[in-house]
Design a protein around this ligand. Structure first.
Ligand code: NAI
Length: 338
């Protein structure tokens, strides 16, 4: 079956890692018709420009997108294009699998975690105002609806992927109403999945526990802010943002993207590591029902890492983006048409 997928190559190293990823997927024989489109309206070098409405329409229509990183101006400028896309498409679940990659230096071995983060509310609602000069107020919004749907997403995911245990992360001892509502909503859903062990942990303790012993965790279910912080923290357990994928999923569409940024320091030099975007594309293949192709590519990717002679500079190797992609393609099974 041929899939139609929106490809937003992104900015900085985005087009380089997107092109390498696309080449590997094509070499693996996955049938995808790509609809390539810019994520930002107007000139991509102008960070003052906001999201391209045509990109939103393309994802709405195709329902699946692969996206490279997009730059965001700090303290001013246009709102983040990345956030605008997630909001416009109501991609309420952020999925972050965190796993060791052979040969990538890390603090732990055998880490295999799934983090599920609520993506639409909490302190990220953007509701801030100045009460009087020198005093600002930022509103933390938690709703039963959003908490219940993220919990349902997490428990459904656990059931479909044979996961055994979910920890809900909260601070309901202090934020009794907001985090309390999140927890009560999650508990209601957890009761409908008796085969999945359900536990709760206060966020500060969870941070300490995960850096002491990440192997005690299977899946974490988190409101937006704790999810943002803990998913980068978890990536740090296995070697950083360069080797972890992510997916933003809603009821109607899904967008798969690497969690790293545009890496302006190495953009255009052919040095970027496409692993994170490629792994995000593997989540996309799973979502598209192309699990067999995804497993073949993952096996080829791990072979390249185990071998270690064609890895990129950020993980201690010497290969260019292109050489790395070529090595992954060469490691695909011979039966794959090339
Ligand atoms: P960054 O992730 O772009 O770079 C941090 C460091 O990691 C740099 O030294 C960079 O060279 C390296 N790096 C990142 N990805 C790499 C890769 N694939 N291969 C090899 N090295 C890699 O973070 P930074 O510098 O904070 O952000 C740059 C821009 O990216 C900003 O405008 C930021 O807003 C944007 N950004 C976009 C994201 C997205 O589109 N989802 C996520 C994070 C940042």
């Amino acid at each position: 079956m041929k899939h139609k997928v929106t490809l937003i190559p992104g900015e900085g190293i985005g087009p380089e890692v997107a092109s390498a990823t696309r080449r590997i997927l094509e070499a693996a024989g996955v049938q995808i018709e790509w609809e390539e489109i810019a994520g930002r309206a107007g000139d991509s070098s102008d960070q003052g420009q906001s999201v391209n409405q045509a990109a939103i329409e393309s994802v709405r229509h195709n329902r699946v997108a692969l996206k490279g990183p997009m730059a965001t101006a700090i303290a001013g400028g246009a709102p983040s294009v990345n956030v605008a896309l997630r909001k416009a498409l109501d991609l309420y679940a952020n999925l972050r699998p965190v796993k060791n990659v052979p040969g990538v230096k890390s603090h732990f071995e055998n880490v295999d975690l799934i983090l599920v983060r609520e993506n639409t509310e909490d302190l990220y609602s953007g509701l801030e105002h100045e009460v009087v000069p020198g005093v600002v107020e930022s509103l933390k919004i938690i709703t039963e609806k959003a908490s219940t749907r993220i919990a349902r997403f997490g428990f459904d995911y656990a059931r479909r992927h044979g996961r055994k245990k979910i920890h809900a992360i909260h601070k309901a001892n202090i934020m009794k109403l907001s985090d309390g509502l999140f927890l009560r909503s999650v508990r209601t859903v957890a009761a409908q999945f008796p085969e999945i062990q359900y536990k709760e942990l206060i966020v500060d303790n969870a941070c300490m526990q995960i850096v002491m012993d990440p192997l005690q965790f299977d899946m974490l279910l988190l409101p937006n802010l704790y999810g943002d912080v803990m998913s980068d923290l978890a990536a740090g357990l296995v070697g950083g943002l360069g080797v972890v994928p992510s997916a933003n999923i809603g009821d109607d569409c899904a967008m798969f993207e690497a969690v790293h940024g545009t890496a302006p320091d190495i953009a255009g030099k052919g040095l970027a590591n496409p692993t994170a975007l490629l792994m995000s594309a593997l989540l996309m293949l799973d979502h598209l029902g192309e699990r067999a192709a995804g497993e073949q590519i993952e096996a080829a990717l791990m072979k390249v890492y185990r071998d270690g002679t064609h890895t990129t500079k950020d993980v201690g190797g010497k290969a260019s983006t292109e050489q790395f992609a070529n090595a992954v393609i060469a490691a695909l099974p011979a039966t794959v048409p090339r």
